[in-house]
Design a protein around this ligand. Structure first.
Ligand code: SF4
Length: 423
């Protein structure tokens, strides 16, 4: 019989694979966990605890499952991930008993160990564990934001499990774009997994893929290029390539910042990696908007990056966000022109609609409506297959997020204290 279940999904797969590595390395027997993507299996098993991890845009789906679990089991429900970190009180309102706030590697181990000892009851002992929000005798208890000083203490996957995922090679980001949760949940200082560890665990992958906010910033504090460290990493992975594995770097599931795309970095990519496309974030064709969202690069950086990529035979895949707060028709026109230029040059565009995310400076900002020109342009380009992206469904989702944040607004904890709101 399984006492603890992990509700895996396609979207939280990577997070839980990493957490299983962390649990096992701290001495937890992961063999005793029920790890499943099949919700009905959890219902049948009737565990004492069910662990969830999800994003804010998934809460409506998760809430349905929580209701079923509450009705059919007595399980204690625990949530971690970006939503629980940014809106822990709302997470309890959803029906969870405990929200895990912050970086999860240590808190998950301490929590499960404590729950097993207390026969799966919420007791005062949980007050000793940093990174939890729960009710105790009718009172809210918040034990602080959990930070993991050195995430590389924990392997990216568990030795005893067949489950693997792209390896998180770097964590944290110094740029602080106002719409992004990463720096507020993971810190502004970029930290990196050592090369020998990356090589060791990459051996278990057929296609070697990595998670990082900016793949070309490997080895640096984040805002500068450390070409020596980047090359050392890529070089160290070559024996694995020679054994038949493919190396994908700076593309799904990660990307690179445009100002890091230079002849030097592209030469490394051509020499050491297998991908011939690279994902970069442009986000807008209007420099004023880039300034407003604190991107800390200009359209010129993007233009230059695209030119360099084409020169080196690498296909640019360029992300845009449309419907940004305070974006007017003129700003949208500039984005349209920029997208057209990229496509004419042979690049791909991915368009996303602005979604206000809790725990970011733009959490309470309103998306701007799309101009008729923008709607027509995106529709036409998507029909021809020139533009990818989910801006269509994101318009509806964005409205739901706005309503959620308005109704249940909370000043969520963050990696370094209060998040300064800009709207
Ligand atoms: S969008 Fe990218 S560069 Fe900006 S803060 Fe987030 S991770 Fe960093």
């Amino acid at each position: 019989m399984h006492e603890i279940a992990i509700r895996m999904t396609r979207r939280n797969h990577n997070a839980f694979v990493h957490l299983l590595g962390a649990l096992e390395s701290q001495g937890f027997n992961i063999g005793e966990l029920l790890i499943t993507k099949d919700f009905s299996e959890i219902l049948r098993a009737k565990p004492r605890v069910v662990l969830y991890s999800f994003l804010t845009e998934e809460i409506w789906e998760v809430e349905k499952e929580v209701n079923v679990l509450k009705e059919k089991t007595n399980a204690l429900l625990v949530a971690g991930g970006y939503h629980a970190t940014a809106m822990p009180r709302h997470t309890l309102r959803m029906g969870f008993d405990i929200a895990a706030v912050g970086e999860g590697e240590e808190v998950i181990f301490q929590l499960l160990t404590a729950l097993k000892k207390s026969n799966f009851k919420i007791t005062r002992e949980l007050m000793e564990i940093k990174g939890l929000l729960f009710y105790l005798n009718g009172e809210f208890v918040f034990t602080g934001f959990a930070k993991v000083e050195d995430f590389t203490k924990f392997p990216p996957f568990a030795e005893s499990s067949y489950l693997i995922a792209p390896i998180e090679i770097s964590r944290g980001c110094p740029f602080g774009c106002y719409y992004c949760q990463t720096p507020y949940a993971k810190g502004f200082r970029m930290r990196h997994r050592p090369i020998d560890q990356i090589v060791k665990y990459s051996r278990r992958m057929k296609d070697m893929r990595y998670i990082t906010p900016n793949a070309f910033a490997y080895g640096s504090p984040g805002a500068i290029l450390r070409l020596d460290k980047l090359e050392a990493l890529l070089k160290a992975l070559q024996p694995l390539r020679e054994e038949g594995r493919r190396l994908f770097y700076g593309t799904f599931p990660s990307e690179v910042r445009p100002e890091f795309v230079k002849p030097e970095t592209l030469e490394l990519l051509l020499k050491y990696a297998d991908n011939r496309r690279l994902a970069i974030g442009a986000q807008s064709g209007d420099d004023e908007m880039l300034k407003a969202m604190h991107r800390l690069h200009t359209t010129e950086h993007v233009r230059q990056a695209v030119e360099y990529m084409l020169e080196y035979g690498i296909e640019p895949v360029v992300d845009f966000i449309v419907g940004l707060p305070n974006e007017n028709e003129e700003s949208q026109r500039k984005s349209i022109e920029f997208m057209k230029w990229i496509m004419r040059k042979g690049g791909k565009v991915r368009a996303h609609y602005f979604m206000p995310l809790p725990g970011t400076p733009w959490a309470r900002c309103k998306p701007s409506p799309l101009s008729d020109e923008m709607k027509k342009f995106l529709g036409r380009m998507a029909a021809k297959g020139y533009i990818e992206g989910s801006w269509g469904v994101q318009i509806e989702l964005s409205k739901r997020l706005q309503r959620l944040i308005e109704e249940f607004y909370e000043e969520g904890p963050s990696y370094f204290g209060r998040v300064n709101e800009v709207c």
